[in-house]
Design a protein around this ligand. Structure first.
Ligand code: ADP
Length: 212
């Protein structure tokens, strides 16, 4: 896919690849897609994303999980948690996800991504057809009681500023492709529902065609 950017320096030239997304998908035996998990910290995004990846990988699918914490150690290590930095964080992840789509991979992203606008921007970068949004829903008090990384306790103690759900807003998706409530469903049930969402998007049609 060609994607020129007017903001890129004039001496930067887009190189067309002869190995295309379609050819990579044909080699992989499935289509590429981005599965975008959003929800509060501790809702279960990472746990579900990795469990879904495990299931897909066992079936021979090409996958990759972008985990919020891991990305912030490298690609986005220079960014904080202000609204502007969160936007830039997600823009980079959106661009990276788009490259993974071109690489023919099923990319699973686990970011709080609290702002609707930012998620819409990611959808525009990746392309709506290439993205499925999964709202990992869980009441704040349940996330807080899990307190997987001790972050809620620290946020309540005022040690972490701009913590989503405590001192920074979370805007739930209005029309996600899937909603899983991890306070009600088991992990296995959540994984099953995500797999049911993904399967039709990655499967080749009856003719075995590889184009989306
Ligand atoms: P997030 O990535 O959203 O911050 P994590 O996946 O790191 O959240 O943590 C979620 C916690 O909730 C884990 O300790 C996980 O074992 C637990 N949990 C309980 N029920 C579920 C479920 N149905 N789906 C996912 N995680 C669950």
């Amino acid at each position: 896919m060609e994607r020129r950017n007017d903001a890129a320096p004039a001496n930067v030239v887009w190189h067309a690849a002869s190995v295309t997304r379609e050819r990579r998908e044909r080699l992989n035996g499935h289509h590429a897609i981005v599965v975008w998990f959003t929800g509060l910290s501790g809702a279960g995004k990472s746990t579900i994303a990795h469990a879904v990846e495990e299931a897909l990988h066992r079936e021979g699918r090409r996958t990759f999980v972008f985990d919020g914490d891991n990305v912030r150690h490298g690609l986005c290590a220079d960014l904080g948690f202000s609204a502007d930095d969160r936007r830039e964080n997600l823009r980079r992840v959106g661009e990276m996800s788009r490259l993974f789509i071109e690489a023919g991979v099923i990319a699973l992203t686990a970011f709080i991504s609290p702002y609707r606008d930012d998620r819409e921007r990611v959808r525009a970068i990746v392309g709506a057809d290439n993205l499925r949004e999964v709202y990992v829903k869980c009441p704040l008090d349940v996330c807080e009681s899990r307190d997987v990384k001790g972050m809620y306790r620290r946020a309540r103690a005022g040690e972490i500023r701009e913590f989503t759900g405590i001192s920074s807003p979370y805007e739930p998706p209005e029309a996600p492709d899937l909603e899983v409530d991890t306070s009600v469903l088991s992990l296995a049930e959540c994984v099953e529902r995500v797999l049911q969402l993904i399967e039709p998007a990655i499967a080749f049609g009856p003719a075995g065609e590889a184009s989306t």
